[in-house]
Design a protein around this ligand. Sequence first.
Ligand SMILES: Nc1nc2c(ncn2[C@@H]2O[C@H](COP(=O)(O)OP(=O)(O)OP(=O)(O)O)[C@@H](O)[C@H]2O)c(=O)[nH]1
Ligand SMILES: [Mg+2]
Length: 172
Amino acid sequence: MNYDYVFKVCIFGEEGVGKTSLIQRLGIFEIDMFYEATFNVDIKKRHFQVANKEVLLKLWDIKKTIKDESFYTSYFRKIDGGIFVFDITNKASLTILGEWLKKFNQKNIPIIVVGNKADLKKQRSISDEEVNKIKDKYSIIKYVETSAKIGENIYTIFEFLIFDLLKNQKVN
Ligand SMILES: Nc1nc2c(ncn2[C@@H]2O[C@H](COP(=O)(O)OP(=O)(O)OP(=O)(O)O)[C@@H](O)[C@H]2O)c(=O)[nH]1
Ligand SMILES: [Mg+2]
C-alpha cells in the first residue's frame, strides 16, 4: 500500500488509564514487514483514509511508565502528534497528565486530551472545571471522552488528529 502521509503519534498517560485498550479497539493493524524493535514501546501501524488521503499512523504505546527522564528526551523526538490519556475515575491520573503536558508543551505539535473510561459514570471523580483548567493552560486541539470498553469515540480521536496533521502539511 502506498501512503500519502506517515505520521508518528505517541500515546501518553499514567499506568492503567487505558492507552493499550484504546489502540486495541482500533483493530486492523498493518502487518509489519520491518519490525521496529523498541525495548519500552509497542508500535502498531494503522491505515486511515481521511480527506481522500491514505494515511499511516505509527502508534507508539509506552509499555510501562518509565521514570528516567532521558528516555523521554529521545522518545519525544520526531513526534508528529500526541494523545494524552487520563482516567475519568482517577483524579491523580489527570494531575500526572498535567506534568506530561508541561514536558511536552514546548513542542509545536497537535495534542488531543482523552478522558477514558467514560462508561464508569458513577465512579467519575473529575469535574469539567478541572478538565477546562488543563485545556486553558496547554494548547490542546481537542478534548474527547472515550470508553475503550464499549468502544465509544475511539475512531474520532484519531480522525480528528489526522485532520489537524493534514491541515499543517498544507501550510508547510
Ligand atoms: N471500564 C473501563 N475499563 C477500561 C477502559 N479502558 C481500559 N479499561 C481497563 O483498564 C485496565 C488498564 O487498561 P490498559 O489498556 O492496559 O491501560 P494502559 O494505559 O495501557 O496501562 P499500562 O500499559 O500499564 O500503562 C484494564 O483492565 C482495562 O480493561 C474503559 O474505557 N472502561
Ligand atoms: Mg499499556
